[in-house]
Design a protein around this ligand. Structure first.
Ligand code: 13P
Length: 273
């Protein structure tokens, strides 16, 4: 059974003081929610939690999260191990700070900073080589969806991003984030999201093998909130959420996490994981 994973992408938010307050409140809420972060008796489906603060707050967050059931992720890295790359941060530096995950190819980087697929592939390669779990973001713009290019765009992002890479299924997370649903309050309908997630899983089966595809987790991102999380997470091929704005509110993020274990058992997964 694939464990659910809920990750919070804080983006460029979180002073040190805000990081302390947010994580303190989140941890208190998780403590109060029986079984959160662990198997629930009714579903036996585990939930993993990751928070991805900005680089400047990683150290503070790592201190707060020590021994807690919340993993730490970064929002980007550079593929080189070190050297003359002003402003950049390597996989090794992130590991040193306690990161286990890293978001790569987020649409805000693809579209606002013109980050090309080739870079994302190099970043993912460096992340995997360092033992980090890569969260590879893919997704179409509204114009691409309206021109029936959704799958063509995603297929290109997947094949270029994973070119010549052979990750294990537990080290790769794909996040489907339709660009038109990010920060807009517009969510893909559960059916729209499920259809793309299914296609991604079929692509993974083809590109790797069916067992890999069965184990790999595909997250949905784009205006995920407490009130829509449960229906999204109930889709058979949606294995978690990459949450932006709502992850900055402890109550809302905890409610999204709490929505995950309500999924029915045995709807989507094989015994292999
Ligand atoms: P919002 O949840 O704010 O729409 O952001 C989604 C996102 O970009 C997560 O990476």
């Amino acid at each position: 059974m694939r464990p659910i994973l809920v990750a919070g992408n804080w983006k460029m938010n979180g002073t040190l003081a805000e990081t302390r307050t947010l994580l303190e409140e989140l941890l208190q809420r998780l403590d109060r929610t029986q079984d959160t972060g662990h198997k629930t008796p009714d579903t036996k489906r585990p939930v993993e939690i990751v928070v991805c603060p900005p680089f400047t707050a990683l150290s503070e967050a790592a201190g707060r999260l020590k021994g807690k059931p919340v993993a730490l992720g970064a929002q980007d890295l550079h593929w080189e191990a070190g050297g003359a790359f002003t402003g950049e941060i390597s996989a090794g530096m992130l590991k040193e700070l306690g990161c286990t995950h890293v978001i790569l190819g987020h649409s805000e980087r693809r579209h606002l900073l013109m980050e090309p697929n080739g870079w994302i592939r190099k970043k993912l390669g460096a992340a995997l080589a360092a033992g980090l779990t890569g969260i590879l973001c893919v997704g179409e713009t509204l114009a691409e969806r309206e021109n029936d290019q959704t799958w063509a765009v995603i297929e290109k992002q997947l094949s270029a991003g994973l070119d010549n890479l052979t990750p294990t299924a537990d080290r790769l997370l794909i996040a489907y984030e339709p660009v038109w649903a990010i920060g807009t309050g517009k969510t893909a309908t559960p059916e729209q999201a499920q259809a793309v997630h299914r296609q991604i899983r079929e692509w993974l089966a083809e590109r790797f093998d069916p067992k890999f595809a069965d184990r790999a987790r595909i997250l949905y991102g784009g205006s995920v909130k407490a009130d829509n999380a449960e229906t999204l997470l109930n889709q058979p091929d949606i294995d978690g959420a990459l949450v932006g704005g709502a992850s900055l509110k402890a109550k809302e993020f905890a409610a999204i996490i709490a929505a995950a274990p309500k999924q029915k058992e045995g709807t989507c997964c094989t015994e292999s994981s």
